[in-house]
Design a protein around this ligand. Structure first.
Ligand code: SF4
Length: 384
């Protein structure tokens, strides 16, 4: 396919495709999905070899959020039967983080529900960051605490945070349909604040919320414009008890097309398959490793992933290797000094086959959406 040859050439040069080319990737048919994976896989291997970076989630504060993000099991009014607890202390958080590191994770993501941290919250998370870094040499810490006010990103950086995550989630045009308690512009502002403070910016999306191909392409180009170092690609986990609990819009092939499109638009950036990997890619998960160079190990914030051991076996069986602490994630030309840089060592398809398989997408697999009952905030060992 000429399209794919063009996109590989551009990807190897670090250039983005045109908007039309990105849309054309999403419109390819299921018959062509292996060709799409193979092409985007060349770009992935050019910049990241066969390394897979593992990140591990620690939910510092779970549930009871006053915001109303429709996809979120922790939102205001959520009836999802998730664990709810307030701030984990540094010791508990550090123990949870250590389980992930022992499983091979080189980045720990400290997440808290809520609109954004108070200055007191930043203080307590700073203490947790210092504790985790003292006890786990070389680990990267990413904070994900919501919208930041002036000065907070700098204080997290000073405490030792390497990165800050705040997702754009969806296109500007559809943002208000998903959330009413804050704006797309608020989110962009926080990503910029993290960037300006010298934190490695991490910002991504959620696919499967009923958005169009145009929306997906818009958000991915908006992400590229923000110049993040890492882009998590979530596939909606439709939690019962949330407004999007019945949105089953994705097929494994559609997920692969989305990941390929993200790889082509952000060729030299860490692309992470995030929440919903098991639920939507199912037995095609290993193919996603040809597109993304990073995954979460074990569980997600409020739901179970597959066992950490299964993640590691999948990586080995597919011919990839877990990236070590001493290995560099990002290509050398990306900004020096950022974590992961050399210095810090670190559907709607258009085709018939695609349309047929998208018709299957509406078949709910609620059996795959299991609420997390172990790990941080519980007495049970984490899944790592
Ligand atoms: S702000 Fe975060 S925790 Fe709160 S509802 Fe939105 S996504 Fe969920």
């Amino acid at each position: 396919m000429n399209l794919l040859n063009t996109l590989v050439d551009k990807g190897l040069r670090g250039e983005a495709p045109s908007r039309e080319e990105a849309l054309a990737v999403l419109a390819t048919s299921d018959d062509d999905v292996l060709d799409v994976v193979a092409a985007a896989g060349k770009v992935r291997r050019h910049w990241f070899g066969r390394r897979v970076k593992l990140s591990y989630l620690v939910n510092l504060k779970s549930g009871l959020c006053p915001e109303d993000c429709s996809y979120c099991s922790q939102r205001l009014g959520s009836k999802a039967d998730i664990l709810k607890y307030t701030w984990l202390g540094p010791d508990d958080a550090s123990k949870a983080a250590a389980a992930g590191v022992a499983g091979g994770a080189k980045r720990v993501c400290l997440v808290a529900s809520g609109r954004g941290p108070t200055d007191r919250d930043v203080e307590r998370v700073s203490e947790t960051i210092r504790t985790i870094k003292e006890r786990n040499e070389g680990v990267e810490v990413c904070a994900c605490l919501g919208l930041l006010t002036d000065g907070q990103a700098e204080r997290l950086r000073a405490a030792g945070a390497d990165a800050y995550n705040h997702n754009l989630n969806t296109s500007e045009a559809t943002y208000d349909d998903i959330t009413t308690t804050h704006t797309y512009a608020d989110r962009v502002d926080t990503v910029r604040k993290a960037h300006a403070a010298g934190l490695s910016p991490c910002s991504g999306l959620i696919a499967g919320m009923g958005e169009s191909d145009e929306d997906l392409v818009d958000v991915v180009f908006a992400l590229r414009a923000l110049d993040p170092d890492s882009v998590p690609v979530n596939f909606l986990i439709p939690f019962e008890g949330t407004p999007l609990g019945k949105e089953w819009n994705l097929t494994p092939q559609r997920c692969l097309r989305i990941l390929a499109m993200v790889r082509f638009v952000c060729p030299d950036v860490e692309v992470r398959v995030a929440g919903g990997r098991e639920v939507h890619l199912r037995t095609l998960q290993p193919l996603a490793l040809h597109l993304a160079n990073s995954i979460f190990l074990g569980d997600y914030l409020t739901s179970e992933g597959q066992a950490g051991r299964a993640d590691l076996e999948m990586i080995a069986d597919a011919g990839f290797e877990v990236e070590g602490m001493e290995q560099v994630t990002l290509p050398a030309h990306r900004a020096a000094g950022r974590c992961g840089s050399q210095e810090n060592a670190e559907g709607g398809g258009g085709g018939c086959a695609s349309a047929a398989s998208d018709a299957q997408a509406g078949q709910a697999r609620t059996d795959l959406v299991a609420v997390r009952r172990r790990g941080a905030g519980t007495d049970l060992a984490p899944n790592a």
